[in-house]
Ligand binder design. Structure first.
Ligand SMILES: Cc1cc2nc3c(=O)[nH]c(=O)nc-3n(C[C@H](O)[C@H](O)[C@H](O)COP(=O)(O)O)c2cc1C
Length: 418
């Protein structure tokens, strides 16, 4: 093949890959949606996002008027990086009126009719108020409704948000009221701040919900100023519980998505979110059962433009793996999750340290001496060495090592039940 022919061949192969998703009769050009938040408040934002290539979006939650405080975001940094990885926010739902929000959605649907747009709603928890707002948003042609049953700060003080999503009865009845008048799919957005997420998801399904969105933010206090002793962010001298989002919550979100996807009685589309910042994260959510994914914090930090890498990355990975559509790999990792009691106790790994690569930092030696089985020996001449007989294969040495390829965990032959 000439260089041009080879490029054309690769391009054609990539173009044959279909990353669209289709659920509840809604078609989205790709699985990447903007999650409800500060990036989905105004029509100009949503239009710009669709112009950049986002598949769909969920509007900033609206329904009752609020007044925000300032400041309302606090970043927590990755240990070795300048960029933030996660944030705590004390932002409320939209400050604007229902009418203003609905007219914003109308404008977006006019310009981008093919990109699915959900209205995220939260109103006083009565049948009348829910049904009124549902009818109004449907009139402007939105494609679906996401019920915010999950905001963990501010709104619960008014009996809304997570107060509903922490109570199976309230969750079911709210979904029922909405479904009585809904002509578009209704997703219940759930809070991770519960003991058993599946109970709440089942309640939403019993109330008629067509899908589950999860997770909203994790309730937190993200910091304290050591000079003033005031928790952060400090608003005129005081602070409050915030909602934690971004990469720090990804394992919680993946765990909860898995629980919902594995729950035999549920079988509903899942809109997964929580800490997604790259295409690899998104693939993990889909492998664990999500139908599409939503992103908020990563877009706040890096802008709508990240969509290009998300789409390119997933397409190239699918091409390499031989998948032609998202459905080809959705839920594929679920069969590998079992109760711990069913994992094989005869399977063992052992650490191997490459003495040529060891930089004599001693981190593995200290970790194994302080928290492990004392299985790492250290000398300046020879570096770190594993005492095979003592190594229990926990993997701590490999994760504290600053190098990515110095310590490997090698499977050893079965060692007999312990
Ligand atoms: C500043 C901020 C405001 C948010 N506002 C809303 C909201 O109005 N309604 C809602 O359902 N979720 C809201 N969320 C939660 C996000 O939609 C999402 O569920 C959560 O942040 C986890 O995803 P992420 O880690 O990609 O941000 C907000 C999140 C942030 C960071």
């Amino acid at each position: 093949l000439t260089f041009d022919a080879e490029n054309r061949y690769l391009l054609e192969k990539l173009m044959a890959i279909d990353i669209s998703v289709n659920f509840c009769g809604i078609k989205s050009p790709n699985p990447f949606w903007l999650a409800s938040g500060p990036t989905t408040q105004f029509s100009w934002q949503l239009c710009r996002a669709f112009e950049c290539g986002w598949g769909g979006a969920v509007s900033k939650t609206f329904g009752i008027r609020t007044k925000n405080v300032s400041p309302r975001y606090l970043a927590t940094n990755l240990r070795y990086k300048e960029r933030f990885s996660s944030i705590s926010n004390i932002e409320l739902i939209s400050q604007e009126s229902q009418e203003k929000n609905i007219s914003e959605l109308y404008k977006v649907k006019k310009v981008y009719p093919k990109n699915p747009l959900f209205a995220s709603l939260m109103v006083e928890n009565t049948k009348k108020t829910w049904q009124e707002v549902v009818k109004k948003v449907q009139d402007v042609g939105i494609d679906g409704i996401e019920l915010n049953l999950s905001c963990p700060h501010g709104m619960p003080e008014r009996g809304l948000g997570a107060t509903i999503g922490q109570d199976p009865q309230l969750t079911r009845i709210t979904c029922e009221w909405v479904k009585e008048v809904a002509t578009v799919p209704v997703f219940a957005k759930l809070t991770p701040n519960v003991t058993d997420i599946t109970k709440i998801a089942i309640a939403a399904k019993n109330g008629g919900a067509d899908g589950i969105s999860l997770i909203n933010t994790v309730s937190c206090i993200a910091g304290v100023d050591l000079d003033t002793l005031k928790p952060l962010p400090t608003v005129g001298g005081f602070s409050t519980y915030g909602g934690y989002s971004g990469t720090g919550i990804k394992p919680i979100a993946l765990g909860m998505v898995t629980k919902i996807a594995k729950s035999a009685s549920l079988n509903l589309p899942i809109s997964g979110m929580g800490g997604i910042s790259c295409w690899q994260d998104a693939v993990k959510f889909i492998l664990l059962g999500a139908t599409n994914v939503q992103i908020c914090t990563a877009v706040m930090e890096d802008g709508f433009e990240i969509i290009k890498d998300l789409k390119d990355g997933i397409s190239k990975w699918m091409e390499e793996k031989g998948y032609n559509s998202i459905e080809d790999f959705r839920g594929k990792s679920l069969e590998f999750i079992k109760p711990l009691s069913e994992l094989d106790t005869t399977y063992r790994v052992i650490a191997k340290i490459d003495s040529q690569k060891c930089i004599r930092c001693k981190r593995c030696f200290l970790a194994c001496t302080n928290s492990g089985n004392g299985a790492v020996e250290f000398s300046q001449q020879e570096g770190a060495k594993v005492i095979r007989e003592k190594c229990t294969g926990c993997g701590l040495c490999a994760i504290v090592c600053p190098l990515s390829d110095c310590i490997t965990l090698l499977p050893i032959s079965r060692v007999g039940k312990r």
